[in-house]
Design a protein around this ligand. Sequence first.
Ligand SMILES: [Ca+2]
Ligand SMILES: [Ca+2]
Ligand SMILES: [Ca+2]
Length: 277
Amino acid sequence: MTLIDVQTPGNSRTIAQGSGEKWTVQTDLQPISLQVRQAPRHRAGGFTLIELSVVLFILTLLFAGALTPLTQQLAERQNTQTRRNLEAVQSALIGYALSHRDADGHPYLPCPDLRQPLAGGTANDGREDRKPDGGCLGPTGNSPWISLGVPETDAWGNHFTYAVSPAYAHSGHGMSLRPASQAELRICLDRDCATHMQAAAVLISHGRNGLGAINQIGRMNQAATAADEQENTDGDLRFVYRPPAALGRPGGEFDDLGLVLSAEYLLGRLCGPEMGC
Ligand SMILES: [Ca+2]
Ligand SMILES: [Ca+2]
Ligand SMILES: [Ca+2]
């Protein structure tokens, strides 16, 4: 605000005030002299913009430093919880096989819970889907969490994918070292699968990104984009199990967690020599 003072003998008073192009002028006075002066500026709010910028910058650094360890701790807790859940499902698979045997006394594993609707089964209801002849409606699907009585999801709220070799889940002919079925469940180091191992069953958590998983309301999440993660969601009997990798690495981002059950492990746990598996 700019003020204009007028000086008269023995008196001084302001006759005009304003700023920019807007002014108010009292015209009934006869000015002797005019003086233009600036009204004193007051410090607003106690801080200048520069001071506020410095404070915000320091707070940003402090928050970033505090949040990074918290984020890492949360990720570690979620990974640990998911691995515990995977182990609980594995124990339940063993328990299921101990209590389910074919006519010759050979144990067999549960079938997956379908991820997609198929005649003869119900998708995403937590119950295994088996054909009348004893075979599985599909060799891959969700972990049948209700049939097994285990945690439904991983720490990110997505269902585990479960795949089982048809030779190890048929209720008409249980497990054998020399299965009749030639279908192989393969665990590979990458999508090319130049190196692989055979497995009786595999459990997969689709990790923090959850891509390609069935979520808790029975819907499929956004599809996986990286080649190796796609291999774990395409519904066949080939899976990738490898260390995690960030975006831009060969094979793309990979955060899936897995647990593999080999035939030797299962037969060692479930079939004594007297059972003739
Ligand atoms: Ca089902
Ligand atoms: Ca994933
Ligand atoms: Ca696959």
